[in-house]
Ligand binder design. Sequence first.
Ligand SMILES: *[C@@H]1O[C@H](CO)[C@@H](O)[C@H](O)[C@H]1NC(C)=O
Ligand SMILES: *[C@@H]1O[C@H](CO)[C@@H](O)[C@H](O)[C@H]1NC(C)=O
Ligand SMILES: *[C@@H]1O[C@H](CO)[C@@H](O)[C@H](O)[C@H]1NC(C)=O
Ligand SMILES: *[C@@H]1O[C@H](CO)[C@@H](O)[C@H](O)[C@H]1NC(C)=O
Length: 524
Amino acid sequence: MLKATVAIVVGILCIILVTHIGVYHKTHTAVPPRPLSVNAIYERFSEHLIDSVNGDNIASNLRIITEEPHVAGTKANYRVAEKIAKLWKDAGLQDVHFIKYEVLLSYPDYNNPNHVTIFDAQERQIFKTSGVSPVIIQEEQGAPGAGIQWVAYSANGTAEGDVVYCHHGRVEDFKKLRTLGVSLEGKIALIRYSHGFRGDKVRFAQQYGAIGAILYSDPAEVAKNGISQSKIYPATEWMPEHGVQRGSIMRGDGDPLSPIYPSKPDLYPRRTIEDAKKLAILPSIPVLPISYSDAYEILKRMKGNNVPQEWQGGINVTYKLGPGLTSGKVRIDVNAKLEKREIKNIVGYIHGAEDPDHYVILGNHYDAWVYGSLDPNSGTATLAEVARAMVQTINETNWRPARTIMFCNWDGEEHGIIGSTEFTEEFLNILTNRAVIYLNVDTIYANQSFYASAMPTLYHIAVESAKKVPNPMKSERKRGRMTVYDTWIKRFPGKLASHPEFPELPAPGGGSDHVPFATFLGVP
Ligand SMILES: *[C@@H]1O[C@H](CO)[C@@H](O)[C@H](O)[C@H]1NC(C)=O
Ligand SMILES: *[C@@H]1O[C@H](CO)[C@@H](O)[C@H](O)[C@H]1NC(C)=O
Ligand SMILES: *[C@@H]1O[C@H](CO)[C@@H](O)[C@H](O)[C@H]1NC(C)=O
Ligand SMILES: *[C@@H]1O[C@H](CO)[C@@H](O)[C@H](O)[C@H]1NC(C)=O
């Protein structure tokens, strides 16, 4: 508030000064002022735009859209969609509207969580996971269902048997198990997160004959400084002992039941759930994620040979391959359902002044596994403020974007990049011909470096833009790194000998809504 007042006062002073100089010139000048070059004009516009972005607005947007957990296809997420549409309309975006699809989503049974149970040789239960991670900070985790441990699209059901440790669950890991003489046939795969997409891990385990899979986060990946309280959340950002990674294990392109075409009700022939399972787009086995403290209970009881040295993780037991426990068995119970539900993308425009039929697209998703304050609403909150700042810049200068700027907020990303994929499938021809660039945000972390991945044709734009943005981190400015670019190149030096000014800029991989633009449409 104070800052705003100061800014207004400073602004008013500038206006007064400018007015006076104008008056002075009117009465005293003989020489007409030199016109600004086009570049200098654009420089002013871009400075005006950067100055118009207000961090307090981003904070307020974030609060508005993270009030409750909002998984795709739920009423809570529809409420978030309405709130974003309102933010955009208030900001002055034009033609804000929803584009809806009916897609296959997946949900846990909130009243009946998933469990791993360990039985002894007499079939007595000796350990059972709670299925719900405990609340550490009430305001951030306390909503009903927020702590439930699940992965989307798991089969519903039970699997009981011997456990085999499968390391990171990559093809080479399953091949290695085979050469070590350990079969996965009829077994439950215990697989570590990281080093690959969790959906692939499950698919490979299934191919090798697993009847169920347990995914867990190993301290070697998620608590690298140790698992004592001072080394994990909330003291640090490393995963707490009962933390569990959620995610999707669906391995398709968008809606699993409507390949290539948009999933509009009754519009195109569709794939069945059974077909999707046959193609391993949906898994056929029950799968659930657990914490490293629960994985410890399994690992400490396992028998078999020691794992290869590089397969040992960060839990304080010697990892064994299995199959099985020294005595007893493991059962997994997964309560899950598949449901066709409506998802809603949100689209709004700033229409271009010269070339309105070409689109510069700015996008992010808004659905989240829980509250989504980082993933993805840090990006969504920022994008809404960028929209507002652009309209303000148009209001206050004579800048008009040449092309149409299209703002998109996607739904169903967490389940499998569904909203953006269906959109690109529906508008394939228009977008292939007329989309100039797609910029995706997703998660923005505080106190880190800017980081980007891009097609090589966009390297210059990424670098030149980052050079214009003042560094928001005081600690970096103190070290003389005055722009976002300075921290970026310092933290992520590039590898191109011919262009030492480029920071590390890998080609975009998977995992967010740029995927259908880059790989289906070929839009950079
Ligand atoms: C190993 O870790 C578990 C779980 O964190 C803990 O309960 C146990 O005391 C540890 N054992 C040793 C020997 O450090
Ligand atoms: C899941 O399986 C259980 C039995 O294991 C059954 O009672 C339940 O109805 C199933 N749920 C769905 C959604 O199919
Ligand atoms: C832009 O100008 C319109 C009309 O004066 C005004 O209603 C709106 O609030 C302005 N928007 C921004 C973001 O400055
Ligand atoms: C970022 O750094 C500043 C200054 O060191 C600190 O005050 C702030 O708490 C940090 N924020 C986060 C989210 O870590």
